[in-house]
Design a protein around this ligand. Structure first.
Ligand code: KIV
Length: 257
């Protein structure tokens, strides 16, 4: 699947499922799950690298992990899930030239077919437009944008009238620039619904209610592997506890034998 094929899924009202991966085991599990898109998100900073935020993760980290993820795929390139890789903090905030070089490195040295960029400030819009014109598909991301948490915290966005209007305008602008889809993170359900119905490109929600064209989850949150859970992801199992208990049981049994 190519990024541009995604719009057909929206037209056919087929829900788009996106899961994050950070290494070959998670890549392989997600390919087997049948998800449409594997996102190598910069959430790997917390999920896999033990950082407290997404800010410390580097371009080299992203490329290293994206390659590990695709080594976990069994299917051939054409039938694998579409792999999208996050552009990490400071890989696109320092101007268009650098952004083209860094996004180009992701596309050239991994199997990612698109990059994801947070925000829609005028400078970011310039970068997104340039990348798309240079042949690099971009998934947008608005609402709670964790790379800006020092400014906006990790709070729900779109609560005031001003913030709602801004998010609607930003979403429309990102579609106009040519983003092939848009992540809506931690915003009210009715706002996400309005944005969804005003866009031709698919909206992919996380903490944005059920009306988006697709849903994205950080797989480690979904499996309950993390110490701290975001308020908008109910785990489908208590993975950390299950694995920890089983390992403890094995260690104790082996000590006796
Ligand atoms: O980094 C990430 O995992 C993300 C998702 C939360 C959308 O950006």
């Amino acid at each position: 699947m190519l990024p541009s094929d995604l719009i057909k899924l929206k037209k056919n009202s087929k829900k788009i499922i996106v899961l994050t991966a950070w290494d070959s085991i998670s890549g392989s599990l997600i390919e087997e799950s049948g998800a449409d898109i594997v996102l190598v998100g910069d959430s790997l900073a917390m999920v896999a690298l033990g950082y407290k935020s997404t800010l410390p993760v580097t371009l080299d980290n992203m490329i290293y992990h994206a390659n590990a993820v695709s080594r976990g795929f069994k299917k051939d390139f054409g039938s694998q899930p579409l792999m999208v890789c996050d552009m990490p903090f400071l890989s696109y905030q320092c101007g268009e030239e650098k952004a083209v070089e860094f996004a180009g490195r992701i596309i050239q040295s991994t199997y990612a077919k698109a990059v994801k960029i947070e925000g829609a400030e005028p400078e970011i819009q310039g970068v997104i437009s340039r990348l798309i014109r240079m042949g690099i598909p971009v998934m947008g991301h608005v609402g709670l944008t964790p790379q800006s948490y020092l400014n906006i915290g990790l709070k729900k966005q779109g609560l005031s009238l001003e913030s709602r209007e801004k998010l609607k305008g930003d979403s429309k602008a990102l579609e106009k620039l040519g983003c092939f889809s848009l992540v809506l993170e931690h915003i009210p359900e009715d706002l996400a619904r309005e944005i969804q119905s005003n866009l031709k490109i698919p909206t992919i929600g996380i903490g944005a209610g059920k009306y988006c064209d697709g849903q994205v989850r950080v797989t480690a949150d979904l499996l309950g592997l993390n110490e701290k859970q975001p308020p908008f992801c109910d785990p489908i199992l208590q993975g950390k506890k299950i694995f920890a208990d089983k390992l403890k049981e094995w260690v104790q049994k082996e000590r006796i034998n």
